[in-house]
Design a protein around this ligand. Sequence first.
Ligand SMILES: Cc1cc2nc3c(=O)[nH]c(=O)nc-3n(C[C@H](O)[C@H](O)[C@H](O)COP(=O)(O)OP(=O)(O)OC[C@H]3O[C@@H](n4cnc5c(N)ncnc54)[C@H](O)[C@@H]3O)c2cc1C
Length: 448
Amino acid sequence: MTLHDTTELAVETLRPGDDGYDDAARVFAGAGAPALIARPRTPDEVAAALGHAVRRGLAVSVRSGGHGPLGHATNTGGLVLDLRHLDGVEVLDADRRLVRVGGGATWGRVAARLDPLGWGITSGDTSEVGVGGLTLGGGMGWMVRRHGLTVDNLVGARVVTADGRLLSASEHEHPELFWALRGGGGNFGVVVDFDLVAQEVATVHHGTVTYQVADDTETTDLLRRWRDAMRSAPDELSSTIALPPRMPGAPPAIVLLCYAGQPGAPVEAADAAIEPLLELGAVAEAAIREVRYAEVLEPAQQPPGLRLSARNALVPELGDEVLAEIVRAHAAPTPNAVAIRSLGGAFGRVPADATAFAHRDAEAMVVGMVMLPGTASDADVEEAHTPWRAVAAHGTGTYINFQGSAAAADLASAYPPATYARLAEVKRRYDPDNVFALNHNVPPAPAR
Ligand SMILES: Cc1cc2nc3c(=O)[nH]c(=O)nc-3n(C[C@H](O)[C@H](O)[C@H](O)COP(=O)(O)OP(=O)(O)OC[C@H]3O[C@@H](n4cnc5c(N)ncnc54)[C@H](O)[C@@H]3O)c2cc1C
């Protein structure tokens, strides 16, 4: 690692050939070859590195946990702003459980830091995923039905904009920017930290139930029973049903669940809520434990040498027809996995226009993931997703954080017209030259 302390850029940087450069240039979705990786420690350093890139016309990637579906946290020939040093987790106000979290922290770190306080923040399911990317897209995790999306618990953010200013965004300051940061992705600036209200979370009941299914009809029946059980589940219970890739020895269907009750509530409430998910069919194995919330977040699984690509659909009603389409898509010859995440509860009680994540009427998010050889081309990936289109036709929206493409149709699906127009206007105001273009990009609205 080299400290390139020039008069222009006094920031820790890595360049091609430096020790650690190759690892630092790689993200979950693949390798990159940026001209410069800057690792700022302060908002001023973020602004200095940004200014450096703007003056030289370098493309700008912003990296938090590096798990973005587009791999845009790295690039070729541009600047990577790697926020790993901005990873603080600081209690600002214990009475309000107000926590300031650095834009480069990971959710595993956040959960570990809040655990001794008996707190947690509704986020994702994976410890290495970054606070930056997950929050800016929305943030959907094990407590989504109980506490909503991550952005539903965001009360402020400090942002370095393309012109190098440090702005505070909240309901009271730059409210339109604050609205856009809650679902609009990395379009508007570099978020150096997020102010989030944590929830009281001590232990949760978490685990999996593996089901035997003999054929596609039984699989469809299982999905139907899971859907019905979740329709009458309390908000405390969030669940996903997953159909793993069809491979020898792989389990046919797995229900994953997390019950996050009020601290001190009787265990019987958890048992009663979980019981219906244990009675959906022929159980091969059930492993449910009462654990600290921080133990629930797991490391990311990355099968070596494969190219993974995800698509998703936010489905307002999980009717029998869409469940049958899911099973049909899963039977396609390309190895693929499908996961259906239950929504509703607190997620669904937020008005559609309150945040830039507008699809609050979704009953579930369906994610389809194809697994191709590492050498697969973009065309191969599109081809492999063909069976998925029949599932997507039942969706009324998508969630950018699980969308591995950023074509115009993806943007239109993520943001309904009114949301999109409002985001484009915020973009015009805060990033008129589209410096932050490596993301699910919303170009600035034309100048008035
Ligand atoms: C294994 C795995 C598990 C996942 N599980 C979940 C889950 O349970 N729930 C869920 O909601 N999502 C989940 N996701 C999706 C995840 O939310 C997105 O991939 C998200 O973009 C990852 O954030 P990151 O910070 O790690 O990624 P990065 O690649 O670092 O960032 C993604 C993009 O976000 C922007 N960005 C990141 N940080 C900042 C910042 N501080 N300021 C400005 N822009 C920024 C940039 O545009 C960047 O390209 C998962 C992804 C993976 C790979």
